[in-house]
Design a binder for this molecule. Structure first.
Ligand code: SF4
Length: 99
């Protein structure tokens, strides 16, 4: 089945990466190894940066649309994003079905 969606945000045109709050932070913080021990602190630190970021919404949408499985994106952990993505895909299918 083809994955079809209509972007609510044009992440390319808006060039959101240019103003990402994580641009000058340690990449390790956003891509911790695992989800236990030290990684928990790294994930929480990354989320704090995300919560101050002006482009959290397009970042999260990009991560969902392109199925970014690793790292913290848009203030979400890998596990959180897996759950959110199922709902996001279902909403996209419903929206496309009514067109
Ligand atoms: S929301 Fe988080 S991961 Fe996304 S650009 Fe902003 S700081 Fe970086």
């Amino acid at each position: 089945m083809a994955l079809i969606w209509n972007r609510s945000i044009d992440w390319n045109a808006e060039d959101w990466r240019e103003v990402a709050a994580c641009r000058n932070t340690e990449a390790d913080m956003f891509f911790p190894i695992g989800a236990t021990g030290v990684a928990i602190d790294q994930i929480e630190s990354a989320k704090r940066v995300c919560n101050q970021c002006d482009v959290q919404a397009p970042c999260l949408e990009f991560a969902l649309a392109t199925n970014q499985e690793s790292g913290v994106w848009g203030g979400t952990s890998e596990e959180e994003r897996r759950k959110i993505r199922k709902q996001w895909l279902a909403a996209r299918r419903r929206a496309n079905a009514t067109r």
